[in-house]
Design a protein around this ligand. Structure first.
Ligand SMILES: [Zn+2]
Length: 330
């Protein structure tokens, strides 16, 4: 038996309370950061609305409606999204929605529309949707999902029940990610979550894009730099796919570890892949240079967070040159 749709564990309590209500609104707006499981939440809610069970609750997973929903072929479940990720949802798509709302449910029950991401609707599409929201159809439910609800028409927002979904706690995010991707070691999983600003599904996506390879390539590059096998310019070019903030975060972490080495503090942070390099560097550190380096690094990280327009290649070249010079020559 296929499993019935479920939201992420950190949304489960909220979802279970929501699906047990006797009266449900005709339109919801689910918002929250990207990559936290909003779509899974909405899909699980859609499945429970379509399920033939007479009592409000989770989808049974076995009735005809549930089987059609699991197969992705339920005729009364409409998914509206851009034709390609990052593109707009056009008015034609919303007209499709209007037609769908007007027709009778083919399975004789409810109809559900999931629209994602709602901020991708162009003006015409948004206005067409607004009409549908103003004249709700019986037994038809509209589930809007948005990473940026402030970009929606206020009149759309006000006609929806707004549900703001939250991030999981860091421990829960880490456990989920390692469960979803058992090959990930803890340090890599933590790095991925940092990259994803704590959003576990985004972290998983980054992993699938090869972010773990970025990390190992950067670690390998740092070793080559110290051995004189690669220059800063070549490395800056080689790492062009790696987000700059992420690179700065890694160097910040490593700098803290260098300080801990010098102070003889036992436990290091999650940088096992850099242990040998950092140990080698710590024995040769120019402490005056380290202080100036840390100031420089934090200042540039701050500028980057403030969306300063930094020249990426120049910044990386300077960073790598300074990193190498942290070791006093002997
Ligand atoms: Zn069912």
């Amino acid at each position: 038996m296929a499993e019935a749709a479920q939201p992420c564990p950190w949304h489960l309590d909220d979802w279970q309370q929501r699906i047990r209500r006797d009266q449900q609104p005709h339109a919801w707006l689910f918002s929250g950061p990207a990559g936290i499981g909003k779509r899974l939440y909405a899909n699980a809610l859609a499945a429970s609305l379509l399920c033939s069970q007479p009592v409000p609750g989770p989808a049974c997973g076995t009735c005809r409606n549930c089987l059609l929903a699991q197969a992705g072929t339920h005729p009364d479940w409409l998914l509206l999204e851009p034709e390609e990720p990052g593109k707009m949802i056009k008015v034609d798509a919303v007209r499709q929605l209007v037609d769908f709302m007007a027709q009778t449910a083919q399975q004789g029950g409810r109809k559900v529309i999931v629209l994602h991401p709602a901020e991708a609707m162009n003006n015409n599409a948004a206005n067409a949707l607004l009409k549908s929201l103003e004249e709700p159809t019986a037994d038809t439910y509209l589930l809007l999902i948005s990473d940026q609800p402030s970009q929606l028409l206020a009149t759309i927002r006000s006609r929806c029940q707004q549900v703001s979904l939250s991030l999981p706690a860091p421990d829960e995010a880490l456990a989920w990610l390692q469960d979803a991707q058992p090959e990930l070691d803890q340090a890599t999983a933590q790095q991925l979550l940092v990259m994803a600003a704590g959003a576990p599904l985004r972290a998983l996506e980054l992993d699938q894009q090869g972010a773990a390879e970025w990390r190992s390539d950067v670690v390998a590059g740092v070793k080559q730099l110290l051995k004189g096998e690669q220059g800063p310019t070549a490395l800056a070019e080689r790492w062009k796919a790696v987000p700059l903030l992420l690179l700065l975060d890694w160097f910040c972490d490593w700098t803290l570890d260098l300080l801990k080495y010098r102070q003889g503090v036992g436990e290091l942070s999650a940088n096992a892949d850099m242990d040998k390099v950092l140990g080698y560097m710590a024995d040769r550190l120019d402490m005056a240079a380290l202080q100036a380096w840390q100031d420089w690094l934090l200042a540039h990280r701050g500028m980057l967070l403030g969306k300063a327009n930094l020249n990426r290649v120049l910044l990386l070249e300077s960073l790598l040159l300074q990193w190498k010079q942290l070791m006093s020559r002997r």
